[in-house]
Design a protein around this ligand. Structure first.
Ligand SMILES: Nc1ncnc2c1ncn2[C@@H]1O[C@H](COP(=O)(O)OP(=O)(O)OP(=O)(O)O)[C@@H](O)[C@H]1O
Ligand code: SF4
Ligand SMILES: [Mg+2]
Length: 335
């Protein structure tokens, strides 16, 4: 594993993203979706931070805010110690070389009418890097890095399998030697057998190139495979954050435990209780519950939970939990 230095590569402080929906010209009359709610996190160089949570909990919105692909409603975002919260599009452009995104659907993010060689050469042309045979060499090297062959440059995206398309998506993200990759559900659209290959590729590239990752997924098992630390999101907020293995083997937030126990891969975790899925629906993002956002589904809710929102509190062991009544560590083997 790459050495972890002391200054975060990315730091978010109370980051929020509110979408306003509706046709009224008056912003105050439009409905608000609090997709990201005061998220604070740090990502150290060489580290992989996994972000997990149910569909609609704000993972992609957070990922796009961290990449400055969309405006941030409030809070602060720093990249390598520099405040980039409100950088203009012109000033954010050079930063694009340092932060890249890998998307869930590689087919949708690759222009079907252009050859792969062209698609991979585009970042160099846009940024005025190299020319002619130099770019061809760079493209061949990119293809090799992701386990494809130089002659694949001549093919069109539809001539590749899903896993190969994702390799091309990763190659494109790597073209400009970024320091940070935000991967938003990069394997969710792939067969399980191919998922492991892509995860291994990402892990190898991280070692080889000293990359830092933010890895977004709803599948805890996938996130655990590649992450050093993991953040669990619920209704736009981080409810638990800490070392990936510790969070999954000894969850302290009731939601983390439910999420883990709903995992469809019993072989990874011996079932401690019946696997029942996640009970109840996610509350409407238009009207968040008072107090703890998880209280409408929590088996441990008490009156204090409706009255007071629990803050994300970090203990001496580095684990952050937003719960008034955190779970105690479980014993590893059931009697
Ligand atoms: N452009 C947008 N305009 C309005 N609301 C949005 C927009 N994008 C996302 N939302 C809303 O914000 C909330 C968070 O959505 P987001 O896509 O970030 O969740 P997610 O965790 O990535 O979900 P999934 O796992 O399904 O990808 C949802 O309620 C969603 O409907
Ligand atoms: S604060 Fe209360 S409702 Fe929220 S997770 Fe903890 S016990 Fe459950
Ligand atoms: Mg998403």
């Amino acid at each position: 594993m790459t050495d972890i230095a002391a200054t975060p590569l990315l730091k978010a402080t109370k980051l929020s993203k509110v979408y306003r929906i509706g046709r009224s010209l008056l912003p105050s009359r439009r409905q608000q979706v609090h997709a990201v709610n005061e998220v604070s996190l740090e990502v150290m160089p060489g580290e992989t931070l996994g972000i997990v949570g149910e569909s609609g909990c704000g993972k992609s919105s957070l990922g796009r805010c961290l990449m400055r692909l969309q405006d941030i409603t409030s809070g602060q975002l720093e990249f390598d110690g520099r405040d980039i919260t409100h950088l203009s599009p012109r000033r954010i452009r050079p930063l694009r070389r340092e932060m890249q995104m890998v998307f869930q659907d590689p087919a949708a993010s690759l222009n079907a009418r252009r050859r792969v060689g062209d698609l991979l050469a585009e970042p160099y042309r846009i940024h005025g890097i190299g020319s002619g045979s130099d770019i061809d060499d760079r493209v061949s090297e990119l293809l090799r890095r992701v386990g494809l062959r130089p002659e694949h440059a001549l093919r069109f995206p539809h001539e590749f399998s899903g896993g190969q398309k994702q390799r091309i998506g990763i190659a494109r993200a790597l073209a400009l030697n970024p320091r940070l990759l935000v991967a938003d559900e990069p394997v969710s659209a792939l067969d399980v057998s191919i998922q492991a290959q892509i995860i291994n590729l990402l892990a190898d590239l991280r070692e080889e190139l000293g990359l830092t990752y933010i890895f977004v997924a709803h599948d805890l098992a996938v996130v655990r495979q590649i992450s050093n630390r993991v953040a669990v999101m619920y209704l736009g907020a981080i409810v638990e954050i800490g070392d990936a293995d510790d969070v999954f083997s000894r969850p302290r937030h009731p939601y983390t435990r439910v999420l883990r126990d709903a995992m469809p891969r019993p072989s990874l975790y011996p079932p401690r209780r019946a696997r029942t899925g996640i009970a109840g629906d996610l509350p409407s993002p238009f009207a968040l519950p008072s107090g703890c956002p998880y209280r409408t589904r929590c088996a441990f809710a008490q009156p204090k939970c409706a009255a007071e929102r629990p803050a994300l509190t970090t203990g001496a062991d580095g684990r952050g939990v937003a719960c008034h009544f955190p779970l105690r560590d479980e014993v590893t083997a059931d009697p």
